[in-house]
Design a protein around this ligand. Structure first.
Ligand SMILES: Nc1ncnc2c1ncn2[C@@H]1O[C@H](COP(=O)(O)OP(=O)(O)OP(=O)(O)O)[C@@H](O)[C@H]1O
Ligand code: SF4
Ligand SMILES: [Mg+2]
Length: 340
């Protein structure tokens, strides 16, 4: 039976600045089950990292505001209500995050081994020597050759891919139940990217870790995600299992993302953001459907009212007014196919 590890309910995060309120995340809800990989996919600025930071309790309030009614439950416990002690156990111990820029995330003045050992000692009682020995094993586990030597080296002595492996070793130092990987491969070249994704997948399978994989790259998602959440303009516009989303997209935005490449081949790298126009300004998001400013099927109601979510088979959902029309537009076969 599936078991929910993380439940995000009606999460809304805004930043208050001179220009006004940037509504970065606008009532987002999704779950992550034990041992599963959920991908959050979307173009730049759609709220992926803010969602990740909220889960890690890394949002500074102020200037940000986590709106009333937002809930983040980890194994049923309310993360937004954790005190400092509980937060220290949670962060790095139960939930770990890796970022795109490993060089910025690592401490340049500390050896890789010391940084891994510090994280272990932060959460587990053991001697420094034991922690260092474990650091060597972790470097070995993430595929760094000659870990006994490498453990004594500083971040700048590692290549980009190897540095990301060090970050993964730090993240796995305390055997987290949830790993959040925020665009972990964006800065790396293609071959190294797939090696890092394979490594995360392997660790996820071996250790039963749940993973939230944040990316704007559909190629990355195809190989690793069980389920995909498509975000646009601070909202979730579609969600479903990986196969359904790739082969039977229901939302015009997802469809456009998939159409943006000449051929849908799950082994091909497909980069998003080749859709005409830009996402709306979150200082002043559209009143109706967030995609209305770019959608070729946009109707009058789309500009006026937010579309409700429509459910399809297999927990597949999309929010679009097209599913409320009697007749699907002739040029939108994905809507016809998706009728329930
Ligand atoms: N510290 C901040 N102060 C003000 N606005 C912010 C801050 N952090 C994020 N935002 C705004 O929130 C929105 C969502 O940002 P977020 O970083 O979550 O996007 P993203 O989906 O991760 O994009 P990317 O793919 O570029 O990383 C953006 O409009 C961004 O400008
Ligand atoms: S609700 Fe309207 S604007 Fe939004 S995706 Fe559907 S058709 Fe396009
Ligand atoms: Mg981001």
């Amino acid at each position: 039976m599936s078991e929910k590890l993380l439940e995000i309910k009606d999460l809304a995060v805004s930043y208050h600045g001179y220009a006004g309120e940037v509504q970065s995340v606008r009532r987002v809800s999704f779950d992550v089950e034990k041992g599963e990989t959920v991908a959050i996919v979307g173009e730049s600025g759609c709220g992926k990292s803010v969602t990740a930071k909220a889960i890690m309790r890394l949002i500074k309030t102020p200037p940000a505001e986590i709106k009333d009614g937002s809930r983040i439950l980890f194994k049923g416990e309310d993360v937004l209500k954790f005190d400092d002690r509980r937060l220290r156990e949670y962060r790095g111990g139960e939930v770990a995050i890796i970022f795109q820029d490993a060089l910025a995330a690592l401490n340049p003045t500390m050896t890789a081994g010391k940084q891994i050992a510090e994280n272990i000692l932060h959460h587990v009682k053991m001697t420094k020597k034991e922690a260092m020995a474990q650091a060597v094993e972790l470097l070995r586990m993430v595929g760094i050759p000659q870990p006994e030597q490498r453990v004594k080296q500083y971040p700048h002595e590692f290549s980009g891919g190897m540095r990301q492996r060090v970050m993964i070793a730090i993240a796995f130092a305390c055997n987290p139940q949830l790993l959040i990987a925020d665009e972990p491969t964006t800065a790396l070249d293609v071959t190294i990217q797939s090696q890092i994704i394979d490594l995360i997948k392997k660790l996820q399978q071996e250790k039963g870790t749940s993973v939230i994989m944040i990316t704007h790259d559909l190629g990355v998602v195809a190989n690793i995600a069980h389920r995909i959440v498509v975000m646009y303009s601070g909202k979730i516009v579609e969600r479903g299992c990986s196969m359904d989303l790739f082969h039977h997209p229901k939302h015009p935005y997802t469809n456009a993302l998939l159409e943006a490449v000449p051929r849908l081949d799950l082994n091909n790298k497909q980069v998003l953001a080749s859709i005409e126009g830009t996402p709306p300004d979150l200082l002043n998001p559209p009143k109706g459907c967030p995609f209305s400013t770019r959608c070729r099927y946009c109707m009058e109601i789309c500009c006026r009212e937010q579309p409700p979510a429509v459910s399809f088979e297999n927990n597949h959902e999309a929010s679009c007014w097209l599913y409320f029309l009697k007749e699907a537009p002739a040029d939108a076969p994905f809507v016809k196919e998706g009728r329930v």
